[in-house]
Design a protein around this ligand. Sequence first.
Ligand SMILES: [Zn+2]
Length: 142
Amino acid sequence: MAEEAAATGPRPVVSYLKIPDDGDPYLEGHKCKGCGAIFLAARPTCSSCGKDGLVEAVKLSNQGELYVYSIVHRSFPGIQVPYVSSIVDLEGGGTIKGNLVNIDPDPEKIKMGMPVEVIYEIAPTKDAEGNEYLTYYFQPRS
Ligand SMILES: [Zn+2]
């Protein structure tokens, strides 16, 4: 499957989703070696401690905990609702927004702090040129 993906070349839907030629996709963060703060976007200076030149790219964990969520009932035309928009704290650092899937959009079933994992899938829509995109979701950890 990895060879297929590399051959047909889905593109990452966001800059911090990395698709290595040989290996599984992952989310990339930028970690300050000075204070340990993690950011999604690359930056030369740490926004937390202000030190220069200590921020390095790191692979983020695919495991995390649900920090907060919102059940979305209205969206743009063509977007299927309801869906669960969520923010997840990843193990080892990094806080990421994404949709929580494979769970009923029901507050009775979704618990703050519940263990979740990152999954990677081809996005349901292509761009105007017909390019496929790889996106990520969260799902409850079994
Ligand atoms: Zn720092």
